[in-house]
Ligand binder design. Structure first.
Ligand SMILES: [Zn+2]
Length: 134
């Protein structure tokens, strides 16, 4: 019935009303920030008043649909200023300069790593929330 192409491009529909509601809220949040290219899950969680675990669940679903892509964001521990984005952990340098503190920051000491999701705006616009209709 379904072509192989359908399976490759379309994630399985979210199975529960709870996940559908989460997805609806996360999508609304992403679309409400048209100037941002990436999002930090904990900020979404705070904004929509959900747990980080729930937001991760929704983001993993959107990741399979190609709407978001996980990257590693490096942040200054003292000021939370972003120092860089990297596709894999191995690509993160052991030290990175911080303009705000005006010094080098080091892994596990003065910088921290968090998962950051890059937003694919084209995929986001083309993503059909009606697919979640029960
Ligand atoms: Zn710093």
């Amino acid at each position: 019935m379904y072509s192989a192409n359908w399976f490759r491009n379309t994630p399985h529909p979210p199975s529960s009303p709870r996940l559908r509601e989460l997805l609806r809220q996360v999508l609304f949040y992403l679309k409400s920030k048209p100037d941002e290219n990436e999002v930090v899950p904990k900020f979404i969680a705070k904004a929509i008043n959900e747990s980080e675990v729930s937001v991760f669940t929704a983001l993993r679903f959107l990741e399979r649909a190609g709407v978001v892509e996980p990257w590693f964001g490096v942040f200054c521990k003292a000021t939370d200023v972003p120092l860089g984005m990297f596709p894999t952990l191995e690509k993160i340098p052991k030290e990175l300069p911080c303009d705000v503190c005006d010094e080098q920051h080091f892994r596990d000491q003065s910088y921290k790593v968090e998962i950051v999701y890059r937003i694919n705006r084209d995929k986001l616009e083309g993503f059909d929330p009606q697919a979640f209709a029960a």
